[in-house]
Design a protein around this ligand. Structure first.
Ligand SMILES: Nc1nc2c(ncn2[C@@H]2O[C@H](COP(=O)(O)OP(=O)(O)O)[C@@H](O)[C@H]2O)c(=O)[nH]1
Ligand SMILES: [Mg+2]
Length: 363
């Protein structure tokens, strides 16, 4: 599961990527490098911190989100034609998109569209993505046209259905409705999965604000949310956060304190990415390790167990489960057991976000 970072040139994509992944990829005011960066961010979770404090394990392991900074502006690439090659490949294999939009002012960094205008930039990017999808649709419609000419009677029906579906999607796209906002039945969804559409992917927006805009960050977020209520919007000062991410923890904390800066924006970006991917965490606890494990919604207990080890799935007997909230209320496991909130669940149990689980198995 990974999130692709997109946006216009020099909007701060690589800066944000470095911030999220604590990386050191090259940021540049001059040329846009076409070299993609790949990295991992640790998902901040106060529940994990709490559990770590309670269990004092040797190791505490957070969940992770993978990011890829495609390294190029879609616009710059698509000006030469459509989005192709390596960039398209990174985009189509991503599970969600994080769009970086520049709102910081800096005379030394030329804006590809001439001036700062977040809403215009978001529309520009939407158009690029829609254009890529329309190209795919046109190509497929042409193929269907020629196939229909030679199709057997028994094949016609399915071609015609697909043709209808594609024409419907095309019309909506031309009316500025991305595929993620269009409605489909189960069968159509299955058909659509064969194409590598971009506007079907969940997307969130990062406003890359300047240091002088820190005080207005909520206002700026709300302005964009008003026009784009379908997206999670988070304002973050990329440059400052990148500098902070390169300091050690205690210096970063000191710096934040003197600047009156809290950590929420960065945490919100990663947490929103995690939920944008449809993921959540369950926990295992012990003296060796306290760990957040990542699963998609509707995961049953044995599947969740397979994340830890295939043997636990294979030999699954039952799971001892307590929600984080119940555990916090009780303070420790023996109290939880006494109060009867530590449950026993079987192989059909659907694991919930924040469950603390002990799997019992036999191989
Ligand atoms: N003043 C200011 N400059 C920034 C900020 N974020 C990025 N930059 C600068 O903008 C330039 C382009 O950033 P980069 O991350 O390489 O953009 P990309 O082309 O979208 O990957 C670099 O010189 C960055 O240092 C910011 O929040 N404030
Ligand atoms: Mg870059």
């Amino acid at each position: 599961m990974k999130v692709a970072i997109i946006g216009l040139a020099k909007g701060g994509k690589t800066t944000i990527f470095n911030t999220l992944t604590k990386g050191n990829a090259e940021v540049t005011a001059y040329s846009s490098s076409l070299h993609p960066n790949i990295g991992i961010a640790k998902v901040p979770d106060t529940r994990l911190l709490d559990l770590t404090e309670i269990f004092h394990p040797k190791k505490s392991t957070p969940a992770e989100v993978n990011y890829v900074d495609t390294g190029a502006s879609l616009k710059a690439v698509s000006n030469k034609g459509e989005i192709t090659g390596e960039i398209l490949n990174y985009l189509t294999t991503a599970d969600a998109l994080l769009q970086v939009v520049r709102t910081f002012e800096d005379k030394n960094i030329v804006h590809s569209e001439g001036n700062i205008d977040a809403e215009r930039d978001i529309s520009t990017m939407d158009l690029e993505l829609a254009f890529s999808d329309l190209t795919i649709i046109e190509r497929r419609l042409n193929k269907i046209d020629s196939a229909l000419k030679k199709a057997k009677v028994t094949e016609r029906d399915s071609y015609l259905k697909e043709q209808n579906l594609l024409n419907r999607i095309k019309k909506d796209l031309e009316n500025d409705i991305p595929i993620r906002q269009q409605a489909f039945d189960q069968h159509e969804l299955k058909t659509i999965q064969h194409y590598q559409f971009l506007t079907i992917k969940p997307m969130m927006i990062i406003l890359n604000i300047g240091e002088t805009q820190l005080a207005q960050s909520t206002t700026l977020e709300n302005e964009i949310k008003e026009s784009y209520h379908q997206f999670a919007v988070v304002a973050i000062c990329g440059k400052l956060e990148m500098e902070l991410s390169q300091l050690d923890n205690s210096s970063a904390r000191e710096f934040r304190d003197t600047m009156g800066l809290t950590e929420p924006a960065l945490n919100r970006v990663i947490n929103s990415s995690y939920s944008l991917l449809g993921l959540f965490s369950f926990f295992t606890t012990g003296a060796d390790e306290v760990k957040a494990w990542t699963i998609p919604s509707n995961t049953i207990a044995p599947q969740a167990a397979s994340k830890i080890h295939s043997d636990i799935e294979r030999g699954f007997i039952r799971a001892e489960v307590i929600s984080y909230t119940d555990f916090k209320r009780c303070g420790n496991m023996s109290e939880a057991r006494k109060r009867g909130v530590l449950r026993t669940e079987g192989k059909n149990y659907i694991v919930q976000d924040g469950d603390i689980i002990n799997f019992l198995f036999n191989v």
